[in-house]
Ligand binder design. Structure first.
Ligand SMILES: Nc1ncnc2c1ncn2[C@@H]1O[C@H](COP(=O)(O)OP(=O)(O)OP(=O)(O)O)[C@@H](O)[C@H]1O
Length: 261
């Protein structure tokens, strides 16, 4: 077991904390002088465990920056962020890398699968690299839920975009992470494949107890979430529980009348 697992909330020692990740006064400033941009402006946010949260907002509102700072991919300028009970800013590089590896699942717009590996090998790659045991029963549950049983020996080039993204989702969940961050997971998919991915993300939350945070520009995608948070100018300015696509669209129009989400 690595040092992070001993002190984090992953694995059997996981506490019953109701929050999977949170931030307090999280601030990210890029550049200086005239080039200074406040991408995150003292954001307070908490992502409840076992919930599917969508983040929306106009272009440049700070969605990616918030996700990157909360997932430990980028360092905040000030403020604090936690994954489970582990505070990110207190960690050195090695422990941050281990925390990301063991406690966070990532799904990207561009799938990011290794072309030479089969679907099955791609799914277990992060666990294999970390030297972690594959929990076969859990893996079977994830693969079943994502509908990939007949495709496990295929390479990414032999899979459709939707199937590749479902492989990426299974990979994100294989290690039972504390939280999954999905950055525009349906951005490269047609609406039918996108719906498959969204249904899977929702079922990973409702049926498997996982926690998912998804950045999206698409009100239909956001409507799969339990709650939508709206960002504008680096701040959380609104939220909508049990969202409908129309409800999300209306809030977005209010934030960005030009419709440039
Ligand atoms: N590396 C960087 N250097 C300088 N400014 C940056 C950098 N990354 C982001 N920004 C700025 O920070 C602000 C927030 O960017 P961010 O990418 O988080 O927005 P976003 O809501 O994800 O946008 P989009 O929907 O267009 O992807 C923007 O004004 C952006 O120009």
């Amino acid at each position: 077991m690595n040092p992070v697992q001993e002190t984090s909330t992953t694995g059997p020692a996981r506490t019953a904390s109701a929050v999977a990740a949170r931030a307090e006064s999280l601030t990210k400033v890029y550049g200086r002088g005239e080039a200074r941009v406040v991408a995150l402006d003292a954001v307070d946010v908490a992502f409840p465990r076992g919930a599917f949260t969508a983040i929306m907002g106009p272009s440049g509102s700070g969605k990616s920056t918030l996700m990157h700072c909360m997932a430990g991919l980028d360092a905040a300028t000030s403020g604090r962020a936690w994954i489970g009970d582990v505070e990110l800013s207190g960690l050195g590089d090695a422990r941050l890398t281990a925390l990301r590896r063991d406690s966070v699942g990532f799904v990207f717009q561009s799938f990011n699968l290794l072309p030479t590996l089969t679907a099955a090998e791609n799914i277990t790659l992060p666990l294999d690299l970390a030297g972690r045991r594959v929990e076969q029963e859990w893996l079977d549950t994830v693969i079943d839920a994502v509908g990939l049983q007949g495709r496990l020996s295929h390479r990414p080039s032999e899979l459709s975009g939707g199937q590749q993204q479902r492989v990426a989702c299974a990979r994100a969940l294989a290690g039972r992470p504390e939280i999954v961050f999905a950055d525009e997971p349906t951005g490269n998919l047609d609406s039918r494949s996108g719906a498959d991915v969204l249904r899977f993300l929702r079922s990973s939350v409702r049926e498997m107890g996982q926690t998912v945070v998804m950045v999206t520009h698409d009100p239909v995608a956001a409507s799969y979430a339990d709650e939508v948070l709206f960002l504008a100018d680096g701040r959380v300015v609104d939220s909508l529980a049990a969202p409908s696509a129309d409800g999300v669209l209306e809030r977005m129009k209010a934030l960005d009348p030009r419709g440039g989400a």
